[in-house]
Design a protein around this ligand. Structure first.
Ligand code: GLN
Length: 451
């Protein structure tokens, strides 16, 4: 009830695409009844959460933030939401997001922008919560849900977490099932938890992780109790500081925060080592070739024939064209054009294939680094949240938001953003911890120490 009231109060933030209070109350009642019968509380028993609208929910509208799926009601449930419900979670509704998870601001949603609950004193401006999981970040930061699901293809859990002062974990690729999540770039997409604290993140991660035979890239490894790894003891751990992450134009306050983070780790007994990840400067261009390429292929299914929006036309071609013209927003169309271009016969070798090769080199950089260090510490973003209306107007400057987050996606590595401080004006900043594959416990423990 308290979270439903808070949701009502925060409605002007536009974080929900769909509120499902009746379902939430029914689920909460079922949890109460279980406990009354003396049954053991499950991992997420009675915990109210929000669901990013990229996760298919059976019988409940799922839009992916797009007009093309405005009236889409999935006949099946994503593995992640199924697992969370089976762990006792109470679902408050579906959360607003950048269209098809393409964006770093939540300004590309067909359902209007999401506003961050954070403001600067004596300043009337409203700020972006980041994206694409902007609705998820806002509901958690504003106390409208205890936690939320997010997805991270190139930073969409970590960047909004950093912008709103919450915790966000992108798990290792293959750790959480992608089944039933609307696909953006399948070789990069990964679901993860967004929470207020690292402990909450550990608990939710345990409920989400695990093998799923319905996802061919799901990895069959036992799921540890992430919560019990939170000792705060990092003595003897070797932490790498990659020099290439000192990118041009980084906000000096973020550089200072990074130095502070290094000091915190050092005083907790970690050894700090300067490292090099030499191919870092290629990560952003590689991402913006591969992600659109995969997206152009994944989005080919929205043709007005099988499901979603259909705008009638004189011929089949005409119907396709009218449907896709009306159904997709500007950023999505830009990605489809970039993707089809880099995959086209004449350019495949020059762009797509080349990017795949460099992706391998980026992965190798990390593998080399992890021969020497246990963890890597960097800022999550080069800047704090920007005001709505003051966002970068050209797409390439907007893409710079992702410069520190995309390398972990390209290499498939787990990465955590943890709130670490505020700018002089009082806006939140995050630090990022990146670990070798399947070492979520290690990053959660390091995050626990930082928060
Ligand atoms: N901002 C990035 C993009 O627009 C990342 C999106 C994501 O992680 N879903 O592609």
């Amino acid at each position: 009830q308290a979270y439903l009231r808070q949701t009502e109060k925060g409605r002007d933030l536009n974080a929900y695409v769909l509120e499902t209070p009746e379902i939430a109350l029914e689920q909460a009642k079922a949890c109460d009844d279980r406990l009354a019968r003396g049954e053991q509380a499950r991992l997420m028993e009675g915990i109210p959460i929000g669901i990013k609208d990229l996760f298919c929910t059976q019988g409940i509208r799922t839009t992916a933030g797009s007009k093309i799926l405005e009236n889409y009601i999935p006949p099946y449930e994503s593995t992640i939401t199924e697992k969370l419900k089976a762990a006792g979670a109470v679902t408050l509704g579906k959360l607003n997001m950048d269209e098809f998870a393409m964006g770093s601001s939540n300004l590309t949603s067909a359902f209007g922008p999401v506003t961050s609950p954070w403001k600067i004193r004596d300043d009337a401006r409203q700020f972006v919560p980041g994206g694409s999981s902007g609705g998820s970040a806002t509901v958690v930061a504003a106390g409208m849900a205890v936690a939320a699901t997010g997805t991270d293809t190139g930073g969409s859990i970590r960047q909004p977490a950093a912008f709103t002062g919450i915790v966000g974990l992108k798990p290792t690729y293959g750790r959480c099932s992608r089944w039933g999540i609307v696909a953006f770039a399948s070789s990069l997409d990964q679901a993860g938890p967004m929470t207020r604290t690292v402990r909450d993140c550990a608990v939710m991660m345990e409920a989400m992780a695990g093998f799923d035979p319905r996802d061919a890239t799901s990895v069959d490894l036992p799921v540890p109790s992430y919560e019990s790894s939170l000792t705060g003891n990092i003595k003897g751990l070797c932490v790498g500081i990659p020099r290439e992450y000192r990118v041009e134009g980084m906000n000096p306050e973020i550089e200072q925060l990074w130095s502070k983070g290094i000091e915190w780790m050092k005083s907790a007994g970690a050894e700090i080592v300067d490292i090099s990840l030499p191919h870092t400067k290629y990560a952003l261009p590689v991402y913006y070739i591969l992600a659109p390429a995969e997206a152009s292929s994944n989005l080919a299914r929205y043709d007005g024939v099988r499901y979603g929006l259909r705008v009638p036309g004189d011929t089949l071609e005409d119907m396709y064209e009218k449907t896709r013209s009306a159904g997709f927003g500007k950023e999505v169309k830009r990605r489809i054009m970039m993707g089809t271009y880099v995959l086209s016969a004449g350019y495949y070798d020059a762009y797509y294939l080349k990017a795949q090769k460099i992706r391998r080199l980026i992965t190798r950089d990390f593998q080399e680094a992890y021969k020497k260090v246990d963890l890597i510490l960097t800022p999550t973003t080069p800047n704090a949240a920007f005001a709505i209306g003051e966002e970068p107007k050209d797409p390439v400057t907007m893409y710079m938001n992702d410069v520190l987050t995309v390398p972990a996606n390209l290499a498939g590595l787990p990465a955590l953003s943890v709130p670490a401080g505020l700018t002089g004006e009082g806006m939140p900043l995050g630090l990022q911890v990146i670990a070798p594959a399947f070492e979520e416990e290690r990053i959660l423990n390091a995050g626990y120490l930082i928060e």
